[in-house]
Design a protein around this ligand. Structure first.
Ligand SMILES: [Zn+2]
Length: 298
């Protein structure tokens, strides 16, 4: 039997620290699958990476609940999974993610994916704004070698680049290279960059890496993390906002959706389709994302 880390609650700063470590660990496993898998004839698809990571989160115990839905709206809202962080007493924050795996040739080939005549990212942004959730891309990365030259590290105020785990004097203390195995970037930024299309819709990794941060950074980096869950719920919107706006670059096209949710992503209650599942509805009831993860920080 594999030894299993468990999380009895997400209530103290130690709990938050453990959650950050677990998310980094899952990112490192993802990194390894992508960088080593193909050479062993074991290439992983986006969906299996998502399933694996979210299954592992579910195994942690009570404060994290994962629900998979049979009938999804994915083609219409562009989302692969959602995170709901909060509690009934603190309010809930909704984050929506579209997953994209790095291809062997160092591009996210499916980024410009068309759905019924529209770009997937436009659907993602439009629906997220309407549903009052934050829209992100979750990039699954992995390569052999170091951080690409000339690419800034968005999560480092000291402007240092991340080194592989266990290596690197003078490199970034906020993230290791493998933490970027699951890296997120604001969907509005991804959309703007893609519309620039320097490589005919096949933007290279570097174009998006400079706006990406490890998914663990939602809760904190390796140096500093949220001290307690209430702080997460109170401060996460400002944290995400600064991140989304600063990294969006010049908003040259003002008509383009900002990706900022009306209501800062706050919800007094979980959405009805998710609440129904928590109360025992089957996987076929309700619609919405393929997978929803609840982080109960009450
Ligand atoms: Zn740093």
């Amino acid at each position: 039997m594999i030894e299993q880390t468990s999380l009895r609650q997400i209530c103290t700063k130690e709990d938050v620290r453990l959650l950050v470590d677990i998310l980094n660990d899952l990112a490192a496993q993802t990194w390894h699958k992508i960088s080593v898998g193909p050479s062993r004839g074991l290439a992983f698809g986006e969906e299996s990476l998502t399933d694996h990571n979210l299954f592992e989160l579910d195994r942690l115990g009570a404060p994290i609940e994962v629900y998979k839905f049979d009938k999804t709206e994915e083609p219409y809202n562009g989302a692969d999974f959602e995170w709901w962080i909060g509690s009934d007493t603190t309010r809930w924050l909704g984050l929506r993610f579209q997953a994209k795996k790095l291809d062997d040739d160092g591009v996210y080939a499916q980024l410009g994916h068309w759905v019924r005549g529209r770009r997937q990212y436009d659907l993602l942004l439009e629906q997220a704004q309407r549903d009052n959730v934050w829209a992100f891309y979750c990039f699954y990365n992995g390569w052999s070698g170091s951080w690409p030259k000339g690419v800034t590290n968005a999560g480092c105020k000291n402007r240092r680049t991340p080194a592989p785990f266990g290596v690197g004097d003078g490199s970034c203390v906020h993230a290791y290279l493998e933490d970027f195995g699951c890296a997120i970037a604001p969907a509005a930024t991804v959309a703007r960059r893609h519309q620039g299309e320097p490589r005919n819709g096949r933007l290279a990794l570097e174009e998006h890496l400079r706006y990406s941060r490890p998914w663990s950074h939602i809760f904190g980096d390796r140096k500093r993390h949220f001290q307690e869950p209430r702080q997460i719920v109170q401060e996460l919107p400002a944290h995400l906002l600064g991140w989304s706006i600063r990294r969006a670059g010049a908003a040259s096209n003002v008509d383009q959706l900002s990706g900022l949710p009306d209501g800062a992503g706050y919800h007094r209650e979980l959405p009805p389709w998710l609440e129904a599942r928590r109360r025992g509805a089957t996987s076929q009831e309700g619609y919405r994302p393929a997978i929803a993860v609840v982080f109960d920080v009450g």
